[in-house]
Design a binder for this molecule. Sequence first.
Ligand SMILES: NC(=O)c1ccc[n+]([C@@H]2O[C@H](COP(=O)([O-])OP(=O)(O)OC[C@H]3O[C@@H](n4cnc5c(N)ncnc54)[C@H](O)[C@@H]3O)[C@@H](O)[C@H]2O)c1
Length: 352
Amino acid sequence: MKTYNIAAIPGDGIGTEVIAAGLEILEGLARRLGGFNFDVTHYPWDSEYYLKHGHYIPDGGLAEISKADAIFFGAVGSLKVADHISLWGLRLPICQGFDQYANVRPARVLPGVKSPLSNGQAIDWVIVRENSEGEYSGSGGRVHQGLPIEVATEVSTFTRVGVERIHRFAFELARSRPAKHLTLVTKSNAQRHGMVLWDEVFAEVARDYPDVRTNRELVDAVTTTMVLKPEKLDVIVATNLHADILSDLAAALSGSLGIAPTANLNPDRSFPSMFEPIHGSAFDITGKGIANPIATFWTAAMMLEHLGERKAGEHLMRAIEEVTASGLHTPDLGGTATTRQVTDAVLEVISR
Ligand SMILES: NC(=O)c1ccc[n+]([C@@H]2O[C@H](COP(=O)([O-])OP(=O)(O)OC[C@H]3O[C@@H](n4cnc5c(N)ncnc54)[C@H](O)[C@@H]3O)[C@@H](O)[C@H]2O)c1
């Protein structure tokens, strides 16, 4: 029996609701399939904890979760704490501290889900987001704070190593998919330093992958391709900020932010990887019991695959798809189902 140590960080808002549901699903799968189980450690690092202690992650906290096999994360963000404090206090220290440089965001229209596009069924994308530097490097500062002459700089940092490794990751992923197609998204017409480095390194890495078809789109143009010609895209590689924005668009085009999963991968496995739904803490629906747990279930399937439990991950995806196909949908997908009902339905399919 293999036991996986999971660090669960539900965080704020609906993060607590969807992670609780996700853990039930993981336990249900372990019961049904056998051969593995989970030892889950819960970390109470939310915004209330921050307000009480002055930090999200206590001293030694990162070292402790670095021993986990994977991190299962909900969301962070509260009306009581500025967003840049919560993001930089909890999520980014984990992503950057554990060098989870590849953020993988699949998007497709699950059975029974309605896309706002008439040809939404053509969506079958994986967005690969550089997750360790770029626009979210944290470099910059504020000078003359509070004075009329105040200046703020937000410096995007692109390193050759950082750019090359994300391109290689994206090429490997594209190579593993039937379409074997990779689209590079930058803005190298206007941003003539970092984005040009992205383009140049992409061309260099592409030589090692002659079997992968490539093309290049500017970030503004690719939004129109996503909406008007979704079949033209397969794997997309883009910077931290660009891919962040594109993946919310991808989620909306796939039916809802409530179904979109993401994996923050440390591909060399020197640290644990982190799995989370794309969405945030969703103040407007917190506590109502109607958060869509599908994004969290899908990210749990990605976590299982990463842990080497591919069959369990596939079993979970099939169960998710059977439930979405049945029309049992939460309000974000136009239905009236609760988080509990969707969770029970997935558990029931799993247990069969
Ligand atoms: N990874 C993260 O932790 C993360 C990501 C995004 C936003 N945030 C934080 O979350 C807070 C709210 O941010 P926001 O409003 O921009 O984004 P959000 O994702 O929380 O919500 C956007 C909209 O999508 C809906 N939605 C999101 N997830 C849903 C789900 N599972 N089921 C049904 N509906 C869902 C919400 O109800 C809301 O209307 C902010 O503090 C923000 O900083 C955190």
